[in-house]
Ligand binder design. Structure first.
Ligand SMILES: Nc1ncnc2c1ncn2[C@@H]1O[C@H](COP(=O)(O)OP(=O)(O)OP(=O)(O)O)[C@@H](O)[C@H]1O
Ligand SMILES: [Mg+2]
Length: 312
């Protein structure tokens, strides 16, 4: 009996048989581990090729996701918080992340998105929302340890709600029968944009390269901004106090050359690659701040499709 068991064990431990066994298992199972197929190289490629002017976001996201997924039993979940002005690529980067983690991409049942105006619209119902959010997250983690949660528009999140996630985000708490440490959380919002934009402006006025902007300058400043801002889901939040965010990810304001890259890329997608006149017209039609210098687009690349329609 022991001999048969040993042979069986050796057989299953053989890597080729292991792969075969997993394929068979995944063809009959709906386990999320089967749908979880992270392609880190593709994510890096997507980030570096298609996101313009965001060297900090590109570096942090690729680095942290790769480090986190290489660790088979992480001590804490990966918690990223995206900050920056409107139209700078926050939602776009979060979608890239989701797309390269699961084979069914953002439509995977293990990728969850929360938008406060949709899911938590009434500030006086925070108590109920807290209960709902907690049991929703816990239920999903029980079903799939590799769950991914996106919280967009954090500036509209009722303060006090996100703190209900504190037990899931830290390293030391135990959530009964749930390996919550493999999950990924991404918070997205505009709060902190003043700090980020100021650093970008000073860099520009000093005649330095955009790539000279270092993350160290911004981490603590963003943490302070979201903690102190009344229009932030992290207002006086224990998540910030307890330092449960792995990294704050700043999105820098976009210059005219970045906007024009957005125009070029979207024109190509529409089959009008050669229309440099439209690139020039859209770039020139955007609003730029500050009045003195006109360095940064006030709407990032957000208004690009509408302007293309106007000039094409
Ligand atoms: N840095 C960028 N590189 C390339 N394209 C970009 C970039 N930023 C924005 N875009 C384009 O503009 C669109 C809008 O950007 P996105 O939705 O990511 O902005 P956001 O930062 O989430 O803004 P908001 O705070 O208003 O939600 C994207 O779908 C993309 O086409
Ligand atoms: Mg967005």
């Amino acid at each position: 009996m022991l001999a048969i068991l040993s042979v069986l064990l050796l057989y299953i431990c053989n890597p080729v048989v292991g792969v075969w066994y997993q394929q068979v298992y995944c063809s009959i199972s709906e386990s999320c581990e089967c749908d979880f197929k992270p392609h880190i190289r593709d994510l890096e490629w997507d980030l570096y090729k298609n996101v313009y002017g965001q060297h900090l976001a590109q570096d942090i996201v690729s680095e942290e996701v790769a480090k986190f997924l290489q660790n088979k039993s992480p001590e804490r979940p990966l918690v990223l918080s995206f900050h920056g002005a409107s139209g700078t690529g926050k939602t776009m980067v979060s979608a890239m992340l989701g797309n390269h983690l699961y084979s069914s991409a953002m439509s995977s049942p293990y990728v969850h998105q929360f938008v406060p105006t949709l899911h938590f619209p009434l500030p006086d119902r925070v108590k109920e929302y807290r209960e709902e959010l907690k049991s929703w997250v816990q239920g999903n983690l029980t079903e799939c340890a590799r769950s991914v949660f996106f919280f967009d528009e954090m500036e509209k999140m009722p303060p006090g709600l996100i703190d209900v996630l504190e037990p899931f985000l830290g390293p030391s708490h135990v959530v009964f029968r749930t390996n919550y440490r493999k999950a990924i959380y991404v918070f997205i919002g505009t709060t902190g944009e003043e700090v980020i934009n100021r650093v970008a402006l000073e860099n520009r006025q000093a005649g330095q390269e955009r790539e000279d902007i270092q993350l160290e300058h911004l981490q603590e400043a963003i943490a302070q901004a979201v903690y102190n801002s009344t229009t932030s889901g992290f207002f006086q939040s224990r998540v910030i106090q307890q330092k449960l965010i792995t990294r704050f990810v700043p999105f820098l304001p976009l210059s005219r050359r970045h906007v024009e890259r957005c125009v070029r890329s979207q024109l190509c997608q529409r089959g009008s690659c050669g229309r440099t006149d439209v690139v020039e017209a859209v770039g020139g039609d955007m609003l730029y701040t500050p009045a003195q210098g006109q360095y940064f687009s006030t709407t990032g690349c957000k208004a690009v499709p509408a302007k293309i329609n106007l000039f094409l």
